[in-house]
Design a protein around this ligand. Structure first.
Ligand code: GDP
Ligand code: IMO
Ligand code: MG
Length: 439
């Protein structure tokens, strides 16, 4: 296989977990490069459900190496809990198959307090974060007052860095948020306690990745969140606090862009969003409810109901542009099986004009009217279909219309949550990447 980056093309939860699990068999290394345990990547293997938050999805494949890169933020308690839970489900997790960059930043308990307190202060205008301290940890990283997971290795650094950080954090927690602060001793003791559990996993993962590339191994870079949640390119401020697009793979792992052979976007056959922020094609009616129920659209991390809407080609074209996708995986096609008719959004009508490019202005996104193309539903079961030929003609028409509108190759069609419920399109770009090493 080639070295590929798999990222979300919408507002997250596109089915990256399923797609990455499927592709992991072809990879030597599966590496996360951004985000934290705000992510929830669901995989079903033989009807058993696994949800990955900080650990790469590839961990479910024995004998693969997984990396948590420098671009990820880590809550050690959550990570240790996730390790234990996955081990309890039969996964093997050792310092041999899971490596963590010493440069990955820590999520501290005060980061979580800031996240929750800020959301409280925002009131109606809240972002709807996962409340896990992700944003404040990235803030500290940019402010150069963050702690790295590598700091766990030195008692002295750990204590000093906690003390320094708390002088400002406690002031703000007490005086600005009217909340309680933390003591250096308490946090030091807590974090010092994580050292023994984690120290053997910590290393310089950039050296590993670059060595693996030099040896011709195959790297699968696993994105979290999605293009529209990207801090630079998403629907700011209703975004997450990291870059979630393909270019971040290099930054968040420490290798050069020339080593990336391909970028695969993952998109649902419709669209969802969890949390607040503009969502032009959102459905507030029975169809929206139907999609939520049929697609089981409830957050893998927070359990919140996801907002559901029609496929938005304006969003997808934007995601294609900023990620450089040449091919996408289209997931959850089966969720649309019983609908009589479908809509595809091709533009936004705003002050008499039709916008075809995704606009920056939140006001336009909120107040413009989506321009829809109507498409006939197939009203036939596609769930579980494994070959393109077996899809009903009307389903093929929907897929072909998306392909034409987006001017992109569609390489995977997912027809159910199980591994096997998938079509890998022959001669697609992905098909070529998968067999690259045999050529
Ligand atoms: P991720 O964050 O992108 O990995 O996606 P999530 O795991 O948060 O949400 C996707 C959900 O859809 C999960 O529950 C998957 O098991 C499920 N899923 C993925 N692909 C399909 C599909 O083709 N059909 C159906 N019905 N469910 C799917
Ligand atoms: P995966 O990897 C969907 C959303 C939150 C909120 C915003 C900011 O499973 O696709 P944060 O806690 O990151 O500061 O919240 O981003 N969000 C996600 N939505 N899927 C995710 O991850 C998400 N991670 C964060 O709901 O709107
Ligand atoms: Mg998810």
């Amino acid at each position: 296989m080639a070295n590929i980056v798999v990222v979300g093309a919408q507002w997250g939860d596109e089915g990256k977990g399923k797609v990455i699990d499927l592709l992991s068999q072809y990879a030597d290394i599966i590496a996360r490069f951004q985000g934290g345990h705000n992510a929830g990547h669901t995989v079903y293997i033989k009807n058993k459900k696994y949800v990955l938050h900080s650990i790469p999805t590839g961990i479910l494949h024995p004998k693969k190496t997984c990396i948590i890169g420098n671009g990820v933020v880590i809550d050690p308690a959550a990570l240790i809990h996730e390790m234990e839970e996955l081990k309890g489900q039969g996964a093997e997790i050792t310092p041999h198959n899971l490596r963590i960059s010493k440069r990955a930043h820590l999520i501290m308990p005060y980061n979580k307090s800031f996240d929750l307190e800020r959301e409280k202060k925002r009131g109606e205008g809240k972002i709807g974060t996962t409340g896990r301290g992700i944003g404040p940890s990235y803030e500290d990283k940019a402010a150069r007052s963050g702690l790295c997971i590598g700091d766990l290795l030195s008692e002295k650094n750990l204590q000093e860095n906690i003390r320094n950080a708390l002088s400002e954090k406690n002031f703000l927690l007490k005086n600005y948020f009217n909340s309680s602060g933390f003591s250096t001793e308490e946090l030091f003791e807590q974090y010092n306690g994580y050292r023994d559990k984690l120290k053997n996993y910590l290393t310089d993962t950039s050296i590993m990745i670059n060595q693996a590339i030099a040896e011709g191994k195959n790297i699968l870079c696993e994105g979290a969140q999605g293009a529209m949640l990207d801090i630079d390119h998403g629907t700011y401020p209703f975004v997450t606090s990291s870059n979630c697009i393909s270019a971040q793979a290099c930054l968040g792992l420490g290798f050069g862009p020339q080593s990336i052979d391909g970028v695969l976007g993952v998109s649902k056959a419709y669209i969802t969003r969890v949390g607040n922020g503009p969502f032009p094609t959102e459905l507030h009616d029975e169809t929206g409810k139907h999609i939520r129920q049929k697609g089981q659209e409830f957050g893998a991390t927070t359990g919140r109901p996801r907002r559901c809407g029609w496929f938005d080609a304006v969003v997808l074209k934007y995601a294609i542009r900023i990620n450089g996708f040449k091919t996408i995986a289209l997931t959850k096609l089966d969720v649309l099986d019983s609908l009589k008719s479908l809509k595809i959004c091709t533009g936004y009508k705003w002050k008499g004009e039709i916008l075809r490019e995704f606009p920056y202005e939140t006001e336009i996104l909120e107040k413009s009217t989506p321009v829809y193309e109507d498409v006939k539903g197939w009203e036939t079961k596609t769930q579980g279909t494994q070959s393109y030929e077996d899809l009903p003609q009307k389903t093929k028409d929907y897929i072909n219309r998306l392909r034409d509108l987006l001017e992109i190759d569609i390489s995977i069609i997912s027809t159910g949550y199980q591994r096997e419920e998938t079509i890998i399109m022959k001669d697609s770009l992905l098909d070529q990447w998968l067999h690259l090493s045999e050529m």
